[in-house]
Design a protein around this ligand. Structure first.
Ligand code: AMP
Ligand code: MG
Ligand code: ZN
Length: 582
C-alpha cells in the first residue's frame, strides 16, 4: 500500500471512530450538543478534503470525467465539468448592425502596454493622441486600430449576450495586460509576443453566439459544419477577426513584415484555440509536465496559459465582480436552455433555469478548474521570471529598474538579445513601477489564492441555502402542485429584500436562498448601480485592479460599484426575463 493511501486511511479513521462514538452516546441519550456539533463539523471538513483530493486526482489522471464514482460531486456539476472541460461530448440572422454605446475594447487596447506608453506624449491626432515616432516604432496605423476595434465591438455585440460580449473581451484583455505586468513576464516576451497576447485576448470571443460548442454541434450549425465540430467557436473567433483585417482600413498589421506577421498569426491561433475549455485538462497536464523538465518553458504554451487563466479569472476578483459575471454567464446558459427546450433537445448541463444549482457549480468550478489553473499559472511565472530577476540583480540590468534608469527605455545587451523585437524609446518609456524589481510573485499568488478562497466561501454559504431551498421546494411540490412561478418570484423578492440589506443601506448580492440573475443587457448605463456594496480592503491587490488601470467609465472598471438595490436587481431580472420572452 503506498504512503498516501496509508496516511489518508489514518485521517479517515479518526472521524469514523468519533462518529461511531457519537452514535453510541446518542443511543444512550448521553450527548453534549456542543460536542456533537464540533464532531460533525470535523467530520464534514475531513470528508470535504477527501472529496476535493479524490475528484482532483480523477480529473488529473484521466482526461475524462466519466469514471468519477464519487457521489459527493453533484451529478449535474459532474456532467457539466465533463462536457465542458474535457473532450468528452456532452449533450447537448444577422441583426442590423448597430454601434455599441461603449467602446470598451478601444479602452482596453488603449490601456495596453504600447499604447500606455504612447500616452506619455501627445500629438494632435484626431481622437487619439500619439507621437509620430511612436506610431512609426509600433507600426500600427492608429486610424486602422480605431476602425478595427470598432468592428470588433460590433461583432461582440451581435448576439446581445449577457456574458460573451464586448465587456468580457475588454475584461480579458485588461487582465492579460495586468498579468503580464505584475508577474514580470513582459520582460521575457518580445514586443511582437506582447502584441500577440493583447491581440489574442481582444479577439478571443469575437462574434460569440452565446451558445456553447456542443450546442453548435448538436444543432449542426453552419460553423460546426465548417469547422468539423472541432473548437467550433474558437476557430470562428480567430478566423472572423482575421477576415476583418483583410479590409485595408482595418488592417492593423499592415506594417508588419512577412515573418513577424506569420509569427504573430501562429501565436494568436494557438492561444485562441487553447481557450476551448474542452482542452483544459490536457493543457494543464502538459504544462505541469513541462515545469518538471529542466529545459525552458515553451513560449506559446506559457502565453496560452496566461490567456486561458485570464478567460476564467473572475473568481479571482472581488466578490461583486465575480458574482455579476457568474450570474451573467448563468443567464446566457439559461437562454441556451430555453432554446434547447424549444428545439426539443435535452438541457445541457447548467442550462435549465429551473433546476440549476448555481452555487454548487461555482464551488466545483473553483475547486477543479480555477484554483489549479491559477496555481499552475503562478508556478509557471515563477519558473520563468525568477531567473530573470536573478540575472537582472547581478547585471543591474535596466529592466531591474536601477534608479536613474528606466525599466523599458534603454535596455542592456542581454535584454536586447532576449527581446529581439525591442526598440529603445529613448527617454519616453520610463516605467520604473513596471520593472522587474517591483515584481512580487509571492504577493501576487497569495492575494489571488486568498480572493479565490473567499469567493468560494461565499458560494458555500449560498450552496447551503440552495440545498435548503431545493428541499423546501420539493416538499412544497408534494404539498401543492399549484404554486405558481409568480408566487415564487414574490417570495424571492421578499427574501432578498429582508436578507440583503448591508449596514450602509445598500444591497449585496444576496446571501440568501435565491441566486438572482442580474441583467447584463443594460449594465453600462445603469447609474443606480454605482453604490458601493462592501468595504473591501484597499490594500488588497487582486485582479480587479486590472480593471482599475483603465480610465474607462465602465462600471466594471473600478471599485466595486455593482451592488444594486434589491429592487434594481429585481427590475434587472424582470428586464432579462422580458428579453428572453421576446
Ligand atoms: P470563454 O467562453 O472563452 O469565455 O471561456 C470561458 C469559459 O469558462 C466559459 O464559457 C465557461 O464554460 C467557463 N466559465 C467561466 N466562468 C465560469 C463560471 N463562473 N462558472 C462556470 N463556468 C465558467
Ligand atoms: Mg471562448
Ligand atoms: Zn472568453
Amino acid at each position: 500500500m503506498d504512503d498516501c493511501v496509508t496516511i489518508k486511511k489514518k485521517h479517515l479513521q479518526r472521524p469514523i471512530f468519533r462518529l461511531r462514538c457519537l452514535v453510541k452516546q446518542l443511543e444512550k441519550g448521553d450527548i453534549n450538543v456542543v460536542d456533537l456539533k464540533k464532531n460533525i463539523e470535523y467530520a464534514a471538513s475531513v470528508l470535504e478534503a477527501v472529496y476535493i483530493d479524490e475528484t482532483r486526482k480523477l480529473l488529473d489522471t484521466e482526461d475524462e470525467l466519466s469514471d468519477i464514482q464519487s457521489d459527493s460531486v453533484p451529478l449535474e456539476v459532474r456532467d457539466w465539468l465533463a462536457s465542458t472541460f474535457t473532450r468528452e461530448m456532452g449533450i447537448v440572422k444577422r441583426r442590423p448592425e448597430e454601434k455599441p454605446k461603449f467602446r470598451s475594447i478601444v479602452h482596453a487596447v488603449q490601456a495596453g502596454i504600447f499604447v500606455e506608453r504612447m500616452y506619455r506624449k501627445t500629438s494632435s491626432m484626431v481622437g487619439l493622441a500619439y507621437p509620430a515616432e511612436v506610431i512609426v516604432t509600433f507600426k500600427i496605423p492608429v486610424p486602422n486600430l480605431i476602425s478595427f476595434a470598432e468592428a470588433l465591438e460590433v461583432g461582440y455585440s451581435k448576439y446581445k449576450n449577457p456574458y460573451h460580449n464586448l465587456i468580457h473581451a475588454a475584461d480579458v484583455t485588461q487582465t492579460v495586460h495586468y498579468i503580464m505586468i505584475h508577474t514580470g513576464i513582459m520582460h521575457w516576451l518580445t514586443e511582437l509576443e506582447i502584441l500577440a497576447m493583447i491581440f489574442a485576448a481582444a479577439v478571443h470571443d469575437y462574434e460569440h453566439t452565446g451558445t456553447t460548442n456542443n450546442f453548435h454541434i448538436q444543432t449542426r450549425s453552419d460553423v460546426a459544419i465548417l469547422y468539423n465540430d472541432r473548437s467550433v467557436l474558437e476557430n470562428h473567433h480567430v478566423s472572423a477577426a482575421y477576415r476583418l483585417m483583410q479590409e485595408e482600413e482595418m488592417n492593423i498589421l499592415a506594417n508588419l513584415n512577412k515573418d513577424d506577421w506569420r509569427e504573430l498569426r501562429s501565436l494568436v491561433i494557438e492561444m485562441v484555440l487553447s481557450t476551448d475549455m474542452s482542452g483544459h485538462f490536457q493543457q494543464i497536464k502538459t504544462m505541469r509536465h513541462t515545469l518538471q523538465q529542466a529545459q525552458g518553458v515553451d513560449k506559446a504554451k506559457a502565453m496560452s496559459l496566461i490567456l486561458h487563466a485570464a478567460d476564467i479569472s473572475h473568481p479571482a476578483k472581488s466578490w461583486e465582480l465575480h458574482y455579476r459575471w457568474t450570474m451573467a454567464l448563468m443567464e446566457e446558459f439559461f437562454r441556451q436552455g430555453d432554446k434547447e427546450a424549444a428545439l426539443g433537445l435535452q438541457f445541457s448541463p447548467l442550462c435549465d433555469r429551473k433546476s440549476t444549482l448555481v452555487a454548487q457549480s461555482q464551488i466545483g468550478f473553483i475547486d477543479f478548474i480555477v484554483e489549479p489553473t491559477f496555481s499552475l499559472l503562478t508556478d509557471s511565472m515563477e519558473k520563468i521570471v525568477m531567473p530573470l530577476i536573478e540575472e537582472a540583480t547581478k547585471s543591474e540590468s535596466p529592466a531591474f529598474g536601477t534608479p536613474g534608469q528606466n525599466s523599458l527605455g534603454g535596455v542592456s545587451n542581454a535584454e536586447a538579445q532576449r527581446r529581439p523585437g525591442f526598440k529603445s524609446t529613448g527617454d519616453g518609456g520610463a516605467h520604473a513601477e513596471n520593472s522587474l524589481a517591483t515584481v512580487d510573485l509571492r504577493g501576487f499568488r497569495d492575494n489571488l489564492m486568498k480572493i479565490i478562497q473567499a469567493n468560494k466561501e461565499r458560494w458555500k454559504e449560498l450552496a447551503a441555502e440552495e440545498e435548503l431551498g431545493k428541499n423546501v421546494g420539493e416538499q412544497e411540490k408534494d404539498q401543492s402542485r399549484n404554486s405558481t412561478d409568480a408566487q415564487l418570484q414574490e417570495e424571492t423578492t421578499r427574501t432578498q429584500n429582508e436578507s440583503s440589506q448591508g449596514s450602509d443601506g445598500t444591497t449585496c448580492p444576496p446571501r440568501s436562498i435565491v441566486l438572482q440573475v442580474v441583467s447584463f443587457d443594460t449594465p453600462l448605463s445603469d447609474e443606480s448601480s454605482s453604490e458601493k456594496c462592501t468595504i473591501s480592503d484597499p490594500n488588497q491587490k487582486d485582479l480587479s485592479d486590472a480593471q482599475q488601470e483603465t480610465q474607462s467609465t465602465d462600471p466594471l472598471n473600478g471599485e466595486p460599484k455593482h451592488c444594486k438595490k434589491s429592487e434594481d436587481i429585481v427590475k434587472a431580472t424582470e428586464q432579462t426575463e422580458a428579453l428572453v420572452q421576446n
